[in-house]
Design a protein. Structure first.
Length: 590
């Protein structure tokens, strides 16, 4: 049987694998490949070259794997006879998708017992080798052991009259996770809620010793009612290497989707549950930012492996930057800060502030190049996202007083915002008195003056809130933590202007709190003032000056000023080495 353009089925079976391989190669390597593969058949080479030219002219035609994208052409070549055919208890209605080794059909129950639509999967004709058959049966066995509300269920299985194995799965009428979220312009909280559901499904698979190995939005389908289902375990792996597991070739010798594959997958190394953690990190980044952390116009594993060695831009910075593009990126959808914000129901700057801090940290930890530096499990990733949504400190971030204070403010912003601000300032007061006490022990001759200074700070903190009635001053509106922190700054200037050391300490504490709240510009201004005050009061080389420089440098790093941050850190480290020597704890910490 031949197609309209005269290509026979047999001829297409010769063309198809060579075309797949040629598309994967860089353009400069294709001629040498075709010289070797088509040395005895110039007509075959001419046909492949024509298809390659059509690929270039089409632009996005082969963004996806060739077998998947060419489904209509293959169906035409084969004159697909399965529509209307009954297999087991099911009648095939139409084809609904293709993967590397199988075809999925929408089918309905046809034995009169009850009405039901299913997704029926068969091995593609021409691919029923022993290895593929083994992999197909392996996938069926994996699905049989997974019973979770967010994993597509295996319903039935068997063998056709021709001896071709099949299985029927729960039919999921849904859209890919990212598409569903963008079409409905879901906000960050709603997106994170769906992401938590996806994590729970993957964690369940891991608990049953199954690594999915191909997590991506198109395998996370969301129905019209908002129900998420994890599908397609075609290249999943059973931990422990149970008998019956086969190795499948996909892109080269590695079955995967390069855009979501972990660095170790791209390098062809053994895969563990850490690979699924990385893929979930890519999806989380895409849900938040509107594009993946690394983008290529084509699914090129080697190029993706090189890109994966580069730390991605923080999500909070990526959302306010247009996607970088060049000629090779023509097939990648263009995003702008405005379009990303619009798809998330907000404005770019507000979205940047929403992502700064916890979500930056969670994303980048899941995307660490080394598996041992990622979250130890999907459950750990899930728990940190849940802690973030509950306004609790996430475990991936340093456990500092200021950070815990900012989380407390978030959890109680309606009924106890003022109390949270007071707690933050009292923590600062404790730090001040601790510093003063250390100096008293070191310099006995300053005991009296330091005691007086501590009393003045205490009186300052008390007077700040004794003269402030938040319910009156807010005039009926909820007063924010930032309002109270700003009032604290004003009072510090008024009350402590003659005591630069104490004034600097209080500015430092409040500046650090602003950093944890994501207000980097305001934090930087306060920390710069604290540093200037300490330099004037204590000289340019002093332990508190070095500490102030480290605090400012950390804020610059959060803001994205890496060069300025490194300069300050190095200058402070040199000062500490000079003051303490090489074996002091502060030097080791720096």
């Amino acid at each position: 049987m031949s197609s309209p353009d005269g290509v026979s089925r047999q001829r297409w079976e010769e063309i198809e694998p060579l075309l797949d391989r040629a598309i994967e190669l860089p353009p400069e390597e294709r001629d040498a490949f075709l010289d070797a593969a088509c040395a005895a058949d110039q007509d075959l080479r001419s046909r492949i070259e024509a298809l390659l030219r059509a690929d270039v002219e089409a632009g996005t035609f082969l963004d996806k794997p060739a077998l998947e994208q060419s489904a209509p052409l293959v169906a035409a070549l084969y004159d697909d006879p399965l529509a209307g055919r009954q297999i087991g208890a099911y009648r095939i209605l139409r084809e609904s998708g293709r993967g590397g080794m199988g075809v999925v059909y929408l089918a309905e129950r046809a034995d009169g017992q009850f009405q039901q639509q299913v997704a029926l999967k068969l091995i593609k004709r021409g691919m029923d080798s022993d290895a593929i058959l083994q992999r197909f049966l392996h996938e069926r066995q994996i699905l049989a052991r997974l019973q979770h509300p967010n994993v597509a269920r295996l319903l039935d299985g068997g063998v056709t009259a021709e001896g071709q194995p099949y299985f029927a799965m729960e039919h999921v009428d849904g859209k890919p996770l990212t598409t569903y979220c963008d079409e409905r312009r879901l906000g960050i909280e709603a997106r994170l809620g769906l992401f938590l559901t996806a994590c729970a499904a993957v964690q369940y698979a891991h608990q049953n010793l199954v690594v999915h190995r191909d997590l991506k939005p198109s395998n996370m389908l969301v129905t019209e009612t908002g129900e998420l289902k994890l599908v397609d375990f075609g290249i999943a792996k059973l931990l422990g290497g149970e008998a019956g597991e086969a190795t499948v070739t996909g892109l080269g010798s590695r079955a995967m989707t390069p855009e979501y594959a972990s660095p170790e997958q791209l390098r062809g190394e053994p895969v563990t549950t850490a690979a699924d953690v990385y893929a979930l990190g890519v999806m989380l980044y895409e849900l938040l930012v509107g594009r993946r952390p690394h983008e290529l116009a084509r699914a090129d594993p080697d190029a993706m492996a090189r890109l994966a060695a580069v730390e991605p831009v923080r999500p909070s910075m990526a959302v306010v930057r247009p996607a970088s593009r060049d000629g090779s990126m023509a097939a990648v959808p263009e995003t702008t800060p405005e379009s990303v914000g619009r798809d998330r129901g907000t404005r770019p700057e507000r979205l940047r502030r929403r992502l700064a801090g916890d979500l930056d940290t969670i994303c980048l930890k899941a995307l660490q190049r080394e598996p041992e530096r990622r979250y130890a499990s999907v459950q750990a990733l899930l728990d940190d996202v849940q802690r973030h949504l509950s306004e609790l400190p996430v475990l991936a971030r340093p456990d500092t007083f200021a950070y815990r204070a900012s989380r407390f403010v978030g959890r109680h912003r309606i009924g106890a915002t003022a109390a949270a601000a007071i707690a933050a300032l009292l923590i600062g007061f404790s730090a001040v008195t601790a510093v003063q006490s250390a100096r008293i022990r070191e310099q006995a001759n300053r005991i009296g003056r330091e005691r007086d200074k501590a009393e003045e700070v205490k009186e300052f903190v008390q007077s700040l809130f004794e003269t402030s009635n938040p319910l009156v001053e807010a005039k009926g509106d909820a007063i924010t933590a930032r309002d109270l922190l700003e009032r604290g700054v004003e009072r510090i200037d008024e009350e402590l202007g003659g005591q630069p050391d104490v004034q600097a300490e209080m500015l430092s504490v409040i500046g650090t709190a602003y950093t944890e709240l994501g207000r980097y510009d305001r934090a930087g201004a306060l920390l710069e003032r604290a540093l200037d005050l300490r330099r004037k009061a204590l000289g340019r080389e002093h332990v508190d000056v070095a500490r102030s420089m480290h605090e400012l440098a950390s804020t610059l790093r959060q803001k994205g000023d890496y060069a300025g941050s490194e300069r300050l850190h190095r200058e402070a480290l040199a000062m500490q080495r000079k003051l303490f020597g090489e074996e002091h704890l502060d030097v080791a910490s720096a």
